[in-house]
Ligand binder design. Structure first.
Ligand code: GSH
Length: 219
């Protein structure tokens, strides 16, 4: 089982897939990338082949041997249970709770509002222009980052990374969301702790190799 092949169904600019790429890289695991183009031909995630892998029609899916694993946070926790070293969660229950709360702030409360299918629904069904869709995206990122920054600020557990001095699933979620923020020209000046942690993370090879522009399907 531990030696079964790992294959990540990924899209270069998907922040949920980016989280899992970071986790795999932090664990030092070898994996293949199976690109799923979310825009080409109406989106390959809607095709029959991919729907069989994930009825939700979302990336990522991590194939481990014959098993198909879905939901980026659940995948990160699976990786941590299967390959505990280095850990992606802190030692104490209290710190683990904090890290999961930070990760979920991004993954459950910010990212879903700005997902491709939401923006496509606005565009196709309601005719919302691009400029207004961009305002929507920025609004929810800024709301989320203001809370995230407040939770980092002056907290004794905040270290070089979101929690302490080794990266956790909170950093795996934060960095892709910062990538999205920059893509949508969010002013990052009000979030100095987030910016500091972003720099610390991207200095690590595991984060650097997971960047969208380093992916085989990046244009
Ligand atoms: N909760 C899911 C979210 C996955 C997700 O939203 N993936 C996006 C890319 S970041 C996607 O596949 N979007 C395709 C679409 O909206 O059609 C997870 O964490 O894995």
């Amino acid at each position: 089982m531990l030696t079964d092949r790992l294959c990540l169904f990924s899209y270069w600019r998907s922040s949920a897939a980016y989280r899992v790429r970071i986790g795999l890289n932090l664990k030092g695991l070898a994996y293949e990338i199976a690109p799923v183009h979310l825009l080409r031909d109406g989106g390959e995630q809607h095709g029959d082949a991919y729907r069989a892998a994930n009825p939700q029609k979302l990336v990522p899916v991590l194939q481990h041997g014959h098993r198909m694993l879905r939901q980026s946070l659940a995948i990160l926790e699976y990786l941590d249970e299967m390959w505990p070293d280095p850990p992606l969660l802190p030692v104490t229950a209290r710190d683990r709770q904090r890290v999961r709360a930070l990760a979920q702030l991004v993954a459950c409360d910010v990212h879903p509002l700005n997902n491709l299918r939401v923006l496509q629904y606005f565009e196709r069904d309601w005719g919302v222009p691009q400029a207004e869709r961009d305002v929507w995206v920025r609004h929810w990122i800024i709301e989320g980052f203001a809370a995230f920054e407040a939770l980092l600020q002056d907290h004794p557990s905040t270290g070089a990374f979101c929690d302490g001095n080794i990266p956790t699933i909170a950093d795996c979620c934060l960095i892709p969301q910062v990538y999205n923020a920059r893509r949508f020209s969010v002013d990052m000046a009000p979030f100095p702790n987030i910016v500091r942690i972003e720099a610390a993370c991207l200095a690590l090879p595991a984060f650097d190799a997971a960047r969208p522009e380093r992916q085989p399907d990046a244009p």
